[in-house]
Design a protein around this ligand. Structure first.
Ligand SMILES: [Fe+2]
Ligand SMILES: [Fe+2]
Length: 298
């Protein structure tokens, strides 16, 4: 427990995060970094960036509600301290991605209607499954849903977006690198804290596995929506950004060259990567990954 205590303490968080990799950042990026003109001047690119960022804001709002909600049902103070740091991380994520919407030209008054307009209904359902457990004060299910499923998904989505943005949008790539470092810590906590509790309460397994199955279903449906009808947008953005040719490996992610991949290939590599992570992480805490039915195309 002592390693656990120090690895997830507020002191460690202060030193590694605000006083470490976030030092001298402004909304997660270097001061003065801006959205590239291409994202502001071209309607297709701008709308696509707004749509993608909307899903990030909604996912992070769910993580904020879940991590703060879990503090009061955590069984020990080491977990409460960690979740307090995670709450601030998630609030920061909500803020930086919301700031990106403002940077893309969304007015303060239009924020909620923009999130409504572009929010993926499947992502909203994904969040509801998790928040229902949190609202019931179910710590074990809540941590599995949040720190393994939600954050396992977020982690891979951020990594993929970062690989795509590496050369076309360094501001976004920098925002994502700090966020990825945070998510790595959150996922680590989930694995380290929950394994022991699952062993202690084996009768909880079926219900938690059902939650994982439901969340996975809505996640795969979200991915399917996000990559359907994307060929033209992708083509336009590659034309504007001057890519569309292999960039020599800068955007290779889990074997797929994202600078040239078709939307179907991008969806597949993302889903495969996330599901592989789920299987490994769930296995480590003594749960067996449950495969959901294949979502119907929208
Ligand atoms: Fe987050
Ligand atoms: Fe997180």
């Amino acid at each position: 427990m002592s390693n656990f205590l120090s690895a997830y303490s507020i002191q460690t968080w202060l030193e590694s995060c605000p006083q470490g990799y976030l030092m001298d950042t402004e909304y997660g990026h270097a001061p003065g970094e801006e959205e590239p003109d291409a994202f502001l001047d071209n309607d297709v690119l701008r709308e696509d960036a707004i749509r993608t960022t909307t899903q990030l804001v909604l996912g992070e709002r769910c993580a904020l509600a879940a991590s703060s909600g879990l503090i009061n049902c955590a069984p020990d103070y080491a977990s409460k301290h960690f979740l307090a740091t995670q709450t601030l991380d998630e609030a920061r994520h909500v803020e930086i991605f919301t700031q990106r919407l403002y940077d893309l030209g969304i007015k303060d008054d239009d924020l909620e209607s923009t999130l409504q307009q572009y929010g993926n209904p499947n992502l909203v359902k994904f969040a509801e499954v998790l928040l229902e457990k949190v609202d019931k004060g179910d710590f074990v299910a809540g941590v599995v849903g949040q720190n393994i499923v939600l954050e396992g998904m977020a982690f891979s989505v951020f990594e993929m977006l970062q690989a795509i943005s590496q050369t076309s949008n360094t501001k976004l790539a920098h925002i994502l690198s700090g966020t990825i470092a945070d998510e790595r810590r959150h996922v680590g906590f989930g694995e380290n804290r929950i394994g022991a509790l699952i062993t202690q309460y084996p009768n909880r397994k079926p219900e938690i596995e059902q939650m994982q199955k439901d969340m996975t279903y809505h996640m795969l449906a979200t991915f399917a929506d996000s990559f359907s009808d994307r060929a033209e947008t992708l083509e336009e953005s590659r034309r504007i950004l001057g890519s569309g040719e292999s960039d020599g490996g800068a955007a290779v992610w889990h074997g797929a060259d994202l600078s040239v991949a078709e939307p179907e290939e991008m969806e597949k590599v993302l889903a495969d990567t996330v599901l592989k992570e789920f299987k490994v992480r769930l296995g480590r805490i003594g749960l067996e990954y449950q495969s959901p039915p294949k979502p119907k195309a929208a």
